[in-house]
Design a protein around this ligand. Structure first.
Ligand code: ADP
Length: 450
């Protein structure tokens, strides 16, 4: 086992990783930008190294600076968290060159799933069902328009290099396709430096159901059940839960097997998530695989009683996974909500400012708060505006929803605009309580909820 690891991240996920490392008796090294010198993750770690100015590209995305901090501190491994360098195969390779263990999958597996188009082609060969569509290399506008007509409108144009819902356009008919394609390309080029797109059938009212997979370096791979992340705004998750309400065991098993097949097909090691759309027809279709720990991993931890960061660290150290598929159990229901600094009065655009007052209800077996900020801290334009994740657990979904209402009602935050009222309205909503959820839920109900 490692004696010291560096956490190449900030905020709640850095704090969460540090806590597990500490429990395992591993010393922790934080890195931070100048803006974060006084932040929670720095205070929590055993030591901290400055890696550059506030903008991410000058600090948290600077592989060289992070590797230098690892060398100087004597860390043996690097946990990348999510975002930043977590899905950067070049960084994973650079770690290996320096004799550092990257706590994540092999670079080849990151690359295999790095582009949505290539990933779909790979999954097709592995026999994993796909969202119908075109993911070819020929990017000629006429070819793409022909593919869209063949797929049948509405279609979704997606940036192949996409993430965070950027570069996505729904197209309802052939006459607007060319203009939407041009717009999607511009957006993709600006956000990812890569204008390639794929075209998919736009499913109506699907659910987003993803499978948590895990694999070790001894050839074992298993699934840790699913998460339903259908409550989204602009294709971004707001509420996540496990298990997916109403999913029958046979479908759960088939989705789990497909996800494990996907992981095996690319020689996966570590924690990964295979994202599917679940159609109204009961069919499930591969969208993409995220080759890292997900923001919403705590709901899986709450129903399985496992610590996924511990598993990541153990597997990266070469240990086999702590249990076999038939030993994985789940119990009850867990729901996570993402508390963001964003302004409801301005279409939920990210908000900035200082947190004047912040109080969460006391955590316990039924409530977990993952946060990386404290009263007095500022939410700036430089980073993700997430303030905290509130995660509730209870023996069934209805009880968990009641816990969620109570937790949100007892949360106090003053100083900047947040989505707290929206989260509370969702928790109070009868349609949410009845689990009548799909990816259009928030768009449909937003006006009523506000
Ligand atoms: P990103 O990587 O940018 O987050 P994803 O491919 O993961 O993009 O898709 C994000 C969300 O967009 C999904 O959870 C779903 O709500 C919606 N979405 C993606 N593909 C489709 C599709 N073919 N039909 C309907 N909705 C889709």
């Amino acid at each position: 086992m490692f004696s010291k690891i560096l956490i190449a991240n900030r905020g709640e996920i850095a704090c969460r990783i540090i806590r597990t490392a500490r429990r395992l008796g591993i010393a922790t090294v934080a890195v931070h930008s100048d803006a974060d010198a006084g932040s929670a993750h720095v205070a929590l770690a055993d030591e901290a190294w400055a890696i550059g100015p506030a903008p991410s590209r000058d600090s948290y995305l600077r592989a060289e600076a992070i590797l230098a901090a690892a060398r100087a501190s004597g860390a043996e491994a690097i946990h990348p968290g999510y975002g930043f360098l977590s899905e950067n195969a070049d960084f994973a390779e650079a770690c290996a060159r320096e004799g550092l263990v990257f706590i994540g999958p092999p670079p080849s597996a990151i690359r295999a799933m790095g582009g949505k188009s290539e990933a779909k082609a790979l999954m097709e060969r592995a026999g994993v069902p796909l969202v119908p569509g075109y993911h070819g290399a020929d990017q000629d506008p006429d070819r793409l328009a022909a593919a869209a007509a063949e797929i049948g409108f509405p279609v979704l144009i997606k940036a192949s290099a996409g993430g965070g819902g950027k570069g996505m356009r729904v197209v309802d008919s052939a006459d607007t396709f060319a203009a939407q394609l041009a717009a999607a390309r511009r957006e993709a080029a600006a956000a990812f430096g890569d204008e390639r797109v794929l075209v998919e059938k736009y499913l109506t009212r699907p659910r987003h159901v993803e499978i948590q997979v895990f694999a070790d370096s001894h050839g074992n791979a298993l699934s840790l059940f699913e998460r339903d992340c259908s409550i989204q705004r602009r294709h971004q998750k707001v509420v996540e839960e496990a298990p997916a309400p109403g999913l029958d065991d046979d479908l759960r098993r088939r989705m789990g097997e497909a996800a494990v097949a996907a992981a095996r097909a690319i020689g996966y090691v570590g924690a990964g998530t295979v994202e599917f759309l679940l159609g109204a027809d009961g069919g499930f279709y591969f969208m993409e695989m995220n080759t890292r720990l997900q923001v919403e991993h705590p709901v899986t931890e709450m129903i399985t009683g496992l610590d996924l960061v511990e598993w990541q660290v153990r597997v990266a150290a070469g240990e086999p996974m702590p249990c076999r598929q038939d030993e994985v159990r789940r119990d009850g229901a867990a729901i996570e909500v993402r508390l963001y600094a964003e302004d409801p009065a301005r279409g939920f655009l990210p908000a900035t400012g200082r947190i004047a007052h912040l109080r969460f209800p006391a955590p316990g077996p039924n409530l977990r708060i993952d946060s990386g900020v404290r009263a007095g801290d500022a939410i700036t334009v430089h980073y993700d505006p997430m303030i905290a994740k509130l995660i509730v657990w209870d023996r069934d979904r209805a009880s968990a929803v009641r816990r969620l209402r109570a937790a949100l009602a007892a949360t106090e935050l003053v100083g900047l605009a947040t989505n707290l009222d929206l989260l509370a309205a969702i928790a109070d909503d009868p349609a949410f309580a009845a689990a009548e959820i799909d990816t259009g839920f928030l768009d449909r109900h937003l006006a009523r909820l506000l």
